[in-house]
Design a protein around this ligand. Sequence first.
Ligand SMILES: N[C@@H](CCC(=O)N[C@@H](CS)C(=O)NCC(=O)O)C(=O)O
Length: 207
Amino acid sequence: MLTIYGRTNSINVRKVLWAAAEMDLAYERLDYGRGFTPTDTPEFLAVSRFGVVPVIDDGGFVLRESNTIVRYLATRHGRDDLYPSEIHRRFTVEAWMDWASTDLGGAVRDVFWGVQLKHPDFTDPARIALGAANWGKQMRRLDHHLATAGPYLMGSTFTIADIPVGLAVNRWFATPFEKPDLAAVQAYYDRLAERPGYKQHGRNGTP
Ligand SMILES: N[C@@H](CCC(=O)N[C@@H](CS)C(=O)NCC(=O)O)C(=O)O
C-alpha cells in the first residue's frame, strides 16, 4: 500500500498527488503539514527526520523530496512514457525538473510570499517588484520554449517534467499581480487543464 503524507494545499504534495493521478495509483493520504497535523512531532519525525511534506511510504520504503518521489513512482510503475529511459530524453526531463525547483522556484518566492501569503518578511514593494521581474524573466523563457518546441516541455507528449512546471504555471496565473501576456504559457495552462489530475490537484483555484 502506498501512503502519501501531506496536505493537499502544498505545492510539493500536489506534485505527488498529480503524478499518482496520472498513473492511476491507489493510495492512502494523511493530512500532515501546516494547518493540519504538525510535522514537528516525534511521531512524524520518526517517519522523516526532515519534518516536511511530502513523504511517501511505499510498502515500508520511505522517501522524501517531491521531485524524487515523482520520479520514483514513474520508475516503479514502469511509466517510460512519463519518464523516458532514453538517456537524452531522461536528462532533459531532469533539467526541467531542476529548473522548476531552482531558477523558477526561486523566482516565484518573493511575489508569492508577499502578495499571496502576505508574510511580514516579504512586504517590501521594491522586493516584490524585483521578484515579479525575475519571475517574468523565467516565464518568458518557458513561453519561448513552448512556442518553439511544445506543446509540452518534451514536445508532443506529456511527461513528469510538466508536473512541477505545470504547478508553477498555475501559481503564476492564480497569484494576483501584474504580469505580461504569454500566449504559449496560457495555451499550455489550458492544455494541462484537459487532464483530470491537473484539474484536481493543479488548476483547482489554489495558487
Ligand atoms: N524540497 C522539498 C520541500 C518540502 C517542503 O518545504 N514542504 C513544505 C510544504 S510545500 C512543508 O512541509 N512545510 C511545512 C509544513 O507544511 O508543515 C520537496 O520538494 O519535497
